[in-house]
Design a protein around this ligand. Structure first.
Ligand SMILES: C[S@@+](CC[C@H](N)C(=O)[O-])C[C@H]1O[C@@H](n2cnc3c(N)ncnc32)[C@H](O)[C@@H]1O
Length: 282
């Protein structure tokens, strides 16, 4: 038997609240009951389950592979994103960070740039970063440039890896850069664009859960974008994630957060540059 959309009971909501917090760090407050109900309802329908607690038991007891846990996580994440969102961060890359990295290389440093986009959603943000790199002429073919894009949500990661977007999403990019970096789809892909190889070649996609204790990353980064994800975490989780991210910055490296996010409440070695940009001292 399948269910229509019904609101989850208080007790069942609390069970999911705890499970989601433990697995993802996402802290759902009580006002999110309806939202959670509607997001999980499609999984109940797909599995022909009658109520939410049955779904909860299914995830914990009848899903040894963890497939349904991942489906549940994919349902509850909020993936809103845009090309060149909060454009001042991309401007700052071009005006300050990239020139500083290039200057270091000119005085004997490695011709190497590493960027991590740590909650990359459907890909608009990492492809915006890739475009910004390609537009910076000092990073010529002799440079070793890599961008890591990661998210907890496997659906958005798969979408991002394809590099296919609705053409209308590219409005913030402008016509010139759209033509330079994207191919227009035809036939069944009409109305779509696909990022060209020059962008895709820079990017590696990986599932990384920011609240895990180990990320299995062997690099340090010049820049980490971790934007508009901390807002879903409570303060202890934010503190843990910021401390962890800081360990992955090169000396002088930059951390960019979303416009409503902050790290002021926690002792950390980062220097605020304004506009939610932070730098690890050299
Ligand atoms: C609102 S989107 C932000 C996308 C992009 N950074 C931007 O600012 O446009 C938040 C993203 O964080 C991801 N997310 C949520 N919890 C996460 C976690 N524990 N680890 C990694 N990513 C997470 C979600 O899947 C979602 O794609």
């Amino acid at each position: 038997m399948s269910v229509g959309i019904q609101t989850i009971s208080e007790d069942d909501f609390q069970a999911f609240q705890h499970l989601i917090y433990t697995e993802t760090g996402i802290a759902l407050n009580d006002s999110k009951r309806c939202l959670l109900s509607s997001r999980l309802a499609k999984r109940l329908r797909a599995l022909r389950l009658n109520d939410y607690i049955e779904y909860y038991d299914y995830i914990l007891q009848r899903d040894p592979s963890g497939t349904e846990m991942q489906e549940m996580i994919n349902c509850i994440t909020t993936n809103k994103t845009d090309f060149l969102r909060e454009p001042h961060h991309f401007d700052f890359l071009t005006s300050n960070i990239f020139p500083a990295v290039a200057r270091k290389a000119a005085t004997g440093g490695p011709r190497k740039l590493r960027i991590w986009c740590a909650a990359s959603s459907n890909g608009h943000e990492p492809y915006s970063l890739a475009m910004t790199v390609r537009e910076f002429s000092a990073f010529d073919a002799s440079w070793d440039v890599k961008l890591l894009a990661s998210d907890i949500d496997t659906n958005v990661l798969a979408h991002a890896e394809q590099g296919v977007f609705d053409a209308e999403d590219l409005a913030p990019v402008g016509d010139l850069r759209t033509r330079r970096y994207f191919d227009r789809g035809t036939g069944s892909f009409a109305g779509k664009v696909r990022a060209k190889r020059t962008l895709r070649d820079l990017l590696t996609f990986r599932q990384i859960n920011l609240i895990e204790d180990s990320w299995q990353i062997n690099a340090k980064f010049d820049v980490i974008f971790c934007r508009n994800v901390m807002i879903y975490f409570d303060l202890p989780t934010q503190r843990k994630v910021v401390e962890h991210l800081t360990r992955y910055l090169k000396p002088g490296g930059h951390l960019m957060l979303g416009h409503s996010e902050s790290i002021q409440w926690t002792p950390n070695p980062l220097r605020s540059l304004g506009h939610t940009m932070f730098q690890l001292p050299e």
